[in-house]
Design a protein around this ligand. Sequence first.
Ligand SMILES: O=c1ccn([C@@H]2O[C@H](COP(=O)(O)O)[C@@H](O)[C@H]2O)c(=O)[nH]1
Length: 271
Amino acid sequence: MTQHGPVCVGIDPHPALLAQWGLADDVDGLRRFSLGVVEALGGRVAALKPQSAFFERHGSRGIAVLEEVLAAARDAGTLSVLDVKRGDIGSTMAGYADAYLRDGAPLAADAVTLSPYLGFESLRPALDAAGAGGRGVFVLALTSNPEGAQVQHAFGVEGSVAGQMVAGARAENAADDGAPLGSVGLVVGATVGAAVRDLNLDLAAVHGPLLAPGVGAQGAGAAELAEVFGEARSQVLASTSRGVLRGGPDAAALRGALAQAVDQARAALAG
Ligand SMILES: O=c1ccn([C@@H]2O[C@H](COP(=O)(O)O)[C@@H](O)[C@H]2O)c(=O)[nH]1
């Protein structure tokens, strides 16, 4: 984030984007699109975030392309965040941790997104694997979609649901002595408006990175980033997929779109 700017670019090979890039909606199109993004932006961006759904829809050959994309990002020296939003009972979470957070696993990424709605503690195997292996997780706290509020803003005996995710991440990172940011990040959409303030969430105290999707196609920009994150802005990794990908397939145009997104995020999140 310091070197390349606080922006993550999502690799979301939507059928419509494949068509816009002049590619077929098949495994070859998927591969050319996704590796094209890594080739254009690898080594120039803080992180790349492949969206697993768009690889899974092509079946086992799509998953094989996802493996290639993760390896290509690694070879380019670029961190990968696999957006796969996993969450299950602890014993099954151990399987997911092994799939995504183990050295040498075919789908190993530098970080994954996790869904905590079976309870924060159900994520334990992934939290431990990330901490032990120098990897990270991003736990959904306040998602960028409007429907998320129905669950995430709800209150129980221990406060708001989102607040419990903030508390969980904060407690995990407290043990991560000395690191500038701990291994447990949160997903907080750039589109959530006043929710962080309304729910009284202390994001700065999480001491972890904050992945902020919603920039670009979902309507958030500099003003929204500044509004949502306040004191926690130095922890924010703003995430945009279609906002940059629509610039392709030309590599220079993709880099131009990334440069614009970085300028916008830096201005919003400075100081
Ligand atoms: O709260 C969330 C969590 C994840 N996402 C994912 O990010 C990208 C957004 O794509 P855009 O084209 O920039 O809208 C997509 O993969 C989502 O699944 C999110 O949007 N919100």
